[in-house]
Design a protein around this ligand. Sequence first.
Ligand code: COA
Ligand code: AMP
Length: 622
Amino acid sequence: MSYTDVFETWSADPEGFWLRAAQDVSWFTPPRQGYEAGKGWFPDGKVNACHAALDTHVEAGFGDQVAIYYDSPVTGTKRAITYAELLRDTSAFAAGLKDLGVGQSSRVLIYMPMIPEALVAMLATARLGGVHSVVFGGFAARELAKRIDDFSPDVLVTASCGIEPNRKIPYLPLVDEAIAMSAHPPARVIIKQRPEQSVGFKPERDLDFDEIVARGGTVPCTPCPATDPLYVLYTSGTTGTPKGVVRDIGSYLTALKWSMVNIYDSKPGETYWAASDIGWVVGHSYIVYGPLVNRCATVLYEGKPVGTPDAGAMWRVIEEYNVTIAFTAPTAIRAIKREDPSASHVGKYNINRLRYLFLAGERADPDTVEWVSDALKVPVIDHWWQTELGWPALSAFPGLGDTHVHIGAAGRSVPGYAFDILDEDGHSVPRGESGAIVIRMPLPPGAMTGLWNSPGRFEEQYLSHFPGYYLTGDAGFMDDDGFIFVMGRTDDVMNVAGHRLSTGAIEEVIAAHPAVAECAVVGAADALKGQVPVAFVVLKADATVTEALEQELIASVRQEVGAVASFKRVYRSTSLPKTRSGKILRKTIRSLVDDKPFDMPATIDNADAIDAVREAIGSSSS
Ligand code: COA
Ligand code: AMP
């Protein structure tokens, strides 16, 4: 069936469409009911994500097939782990968790680097019907503490250290600090001792990951209602408080399986590689659950696109594991292009098995897309989605034989999503005109079911702006052929090297400095990372300020939010432009720093503040 036929089949009968798709996943009780308002997708189905990802394949005789290729240039380690081995370790770890009281709806927080044990912890939690929340290893103690407080984990699973190309990151001091800060600390902490760093245990609190696995226990999968939560993944909103996106089990697995086949054109037994991190939604969906549910080998790559050791690393991995479908962020390609503009590394590797490269996480600029298509000689497909949605919403469809792209566009609506572009009054704008990108409710399987611990906040944040529609927070336009061009966020969320960060989280840290009266953080355009945060600070009149202020602020953000914020620039201004009600006009500041034109509300006189910001930028760059 063509893309158009499939889209029409879905539009004509969404529930029937997804009930048929659900049959491709293994269930304890297959659903007979599609969507029920207030309950969600497949309310009568019983399922277990670990079973659909592991047991079902081993039971079908594929135990010897590789499930994970772990490739870690930062430690010089490579491992191929079969489905049978992954199931054995997962079941053993689940048995250990069960001994600690973890069961259906228990909460396990996972703060780990890109190592196989992180996947074992996720799958083991799922096996017991528990809920996991993975926190990106690049976040520092304060961000971890916020997530601990909101999630109230029963158990926290971590490792002795993370490893970046230029340094080791001891995790335990961060975990201890976060636990000390939090109001709902976990009773138990399980630690994977990495050979690169061993740590001392607190006997009353800590357990050894390897010891639990070595005990070799086994535990069956718990059949769970399909609508139960599988995980909570925190993402950045405008404020400093992260939002816990809740994902259910049955509809998520269904959407992932459908996407692996129809979007990615990935076949069971092949290798699929999403070069992301398990701490992000791409990692959850396309390092862990998507490839495993589709019985692929997934690549778990603990390295960077450049510097580990060179700009050929991605092509080496593609050759070594026969990757057929690869997925990365445009920033990674820009980093490679910067180091190897003539793509000389590509020719050193046999990447003939690669069929498609998918890009997402930030806008794919046409230069980058063109450069990498020329270098790899495979279709390069930009596609768009968000943590909230869980899987692609705009894309091309190689699995349906449709690789049609419009350069600069993120693709056409994935079946399941009814997009529209609205003006401020909620009217659809004509094709080609920009507006807010929205999706008609209900959202399809796989999308968020709510925000953790915050009844009503999902409706308030996403559904109240345009009744009947989900607000994506992105702006853009649709062309005559239905391709949507995503041009940027309408809120203050930043996208730094494909990582979604909140301006508010950085502002909280800067505002806490005794010399700072007020501040605004905005994402300034950056040739490599897309955006990087920069701060504008207004100092207290009586503050004693030394030249070290900038370095102090940079160090605090690194210490409290994490190095991943890539925060390196502070501008001192005498005032900041604001709305009449006192809200800082970050969009205006962003336009000033990017040297772009902007509209000022005619009723507000901000001329002095704008001059002050301009002066701050000018004096800093001169
Ligand atoms: N744990 C601890 N620190 C981390 C970390 C982690 N998991 N991930 C990143 N950091 C640190 C880095 O070491 C770096 O620290 P430094 O300031 O001391 O150098 C800082 O955070 C910024 O890291 P990063 O964003 O990786 O930037 P970089 O300059 O080291 O590399 C790129 C630039 C483009 C190569 C890199 O950003 C990249 O690979 N991006 C792709 C991102 C991606 O896949 N996103 C997923 C979206 S789908
Ligand atoms: P995250 O929730 O971290 O996946 O970030 C989602 C946000 O990243 C989106 O709302 C967009 O702003 C941006 N984004 C993701 N993919 C794309 C893309 N293909 N093109 C443009 N922006 C993108």
